[in-house]
Write a protein that binds this ligand. Sequence first.
Ligand code: ADP
Ligand code: MG
Ligand code: MG
Length: 188
Amino acid sequence: MTAAAASVEREAGRLTELDSAIGDADHGNNMQRGFVAVVKVLEADRPEAPGGVLVAAGRQLISSVGGASGPLYGSLLRRSGKALGEAAQVTREELRAGLQAGVDAVAQLGGAAPGDKTMLDALVPAVAALGTSFEEAATAAEEGALATVPMLARKGRASYLGERSIGHQDPGATSSALLFAALAEVAK
Ligand code: ADP
Ligand code: MG
Ligand code: MG
């Protein structure tokens, strides 16, 4: 979470720039505000189990981020954390299964599917590739984010643009790629 927060901090400008092309120019700010709050609550509460960390982080994102990405990323982390339970340590495979439950929650909450030009276009392939390695998951997320460029947005604000959403990379898929890159970095 700390590595993710640092990456979001570094890349906030780029995320907002992408959101200014097909959204309302706040994705970087939303992510920044959310992850600053996450780091703060984790430092204060110090949950020990990985599941507890994800639940606390998810809850914080839901309450501190106003945009669509807050409840969506919040649900991702909270549901993933619940799936991990109280275990003091988790394997990569257990984390993959937990994150899969989280991604299912995102799809259920937002009603989107891969191909709709959302964060799911990075999250779904990333979680699948996590079955192989953290490195592969990060690569799959990055490729998934790049693959949103030619897509027509069918969910979220970008969908209001219709055909004009084509040719731009989805901000949420881009932030998802940042999160998986941070995970791979820390797992090394
Ligand atoms: P807002 O659109 O409310 O300003 P953000 O700019 O923070 O929120 O986040 C926008 C991102 O949220 C999009 O780029 C997309 O990836 C993601 N998103 C929006 N709606 C959905 C949805 N229904 N399902 C999945 N992801 C979505
Ligand atoms: Mg926005
Ligand atoms: Mg907004």
